[in-house]
Design a protein around this ligand. Structure first.
Ligand SMILES: [Zn+2]
Ligand SMILES: [Zn+2]
Length: 244
């Protein structure tokens, strides 16, 4: 399995990094995790064929994770996509998607796609399979608006991957990522503890319990990015490829 960081930035463009979007592919699996506002040009810059992507998993409805969908769908329509597409995310995703489509491209939500488009609500604790990919959603803690907020533990082709999404520390992250081959964790702050986001120092305290085989940090603010030279953990970069 291969994961490519199409974008690993926060909502503020820190470090010039693009909004969150990860592309995961294997023998059969081909999906995105999150589709932030900058996702479509970022995918094209990396020569990733959007029309081969079967599934987009959305963690929450903040623009840096979700607002790329209208562009992705519009491009699929104009590119005469025929392959079915599933978009799965938290409760309310169908309404949120309609709203963001209408806000950015009026009447676009009423356009009948040439391809089959399935919108699926994911419920914490209920695993769901999409072809070769099985997803277990976990609830995380990320404030009052833009939710529900889900982190995902994903199994595909004998490999396990977890993504914390945006969250402050919650014990849920332990079963989410325990024993995974790859854990992509938000490290928004370096050590300061804030609401709604995770700091590296907090995360480090729990790494023995989490017990992932490989940790990668993402969604870092300017302060965190300025300390990367002093950090021993692997930190994501836009375009970085990991085989796991
Ligand atoms: Zn974010
Ligand atoms: Zn967020």
């Amino acid at each position: 399995m291969q994961l490519r960081f199409v974008g690993c930035g926060d909502a503020f463009g820190s470090g010039g990094r693009l909004n969150t979007c990860f592309h995961v592919s294997g023998r059969a699996a081909n999906f995105l995790i999150d589709c932030g506002a900058s996702a479509l040009p970022a995918l094209k810059r990396l020569d990733i064929d959007c029309n081969d992507i079967d599934l987009i998993l959305v963690t929450h409805f903040h623009g840096d994770h979700f607002a790329g969908l209208p562009f992705f769908l519009l491009d699929a329509q104009f590119a005469r996509r025929t392959r079915p597409l599933t978009i799965a995310g938290p409760q309310g995703i169908e309404t949120k998607l309609t709203q963001v489509m209408e806000a950015l491209f009026e009447h676009a939500s009423k356009t009948q796609q040439r391809f089959e488009l399935n919108i699926v609500e994911l419920v914490p604790g209920q695993s769901q399979s999409f072809g070769a990919v099985t997803v277990m959603p976990f609830p995380v803690v990320h404030g009052e608006s833009g939710g529900p907020f889900l982190a995902y533990r994903i199994e595909a082709e004998g490999r396990t991957l977890a993504y914390s999404a945006d969250t402050e520390w919650t014990e849920t992250l332990i079963p989410l990522a325990h024993g995974t081959d790859l854990f992509i964790a938000e490290a928004y702050m370096y050590e300061k503890v804030v609401k709604n986001h995770l700091s590296l120092k907090t995360l480090e305290q729990h790494l023995p319990d989490i017990g992932t085989r490989r940790l990668v940090l993402t969604h870092m603010n300017d302060d965190m990015l300025s300390r990367l030279d002093d950090i021993t953990h692997l930190a994501a970069e836009d375009g970085m490829v990991l085989v796991f």
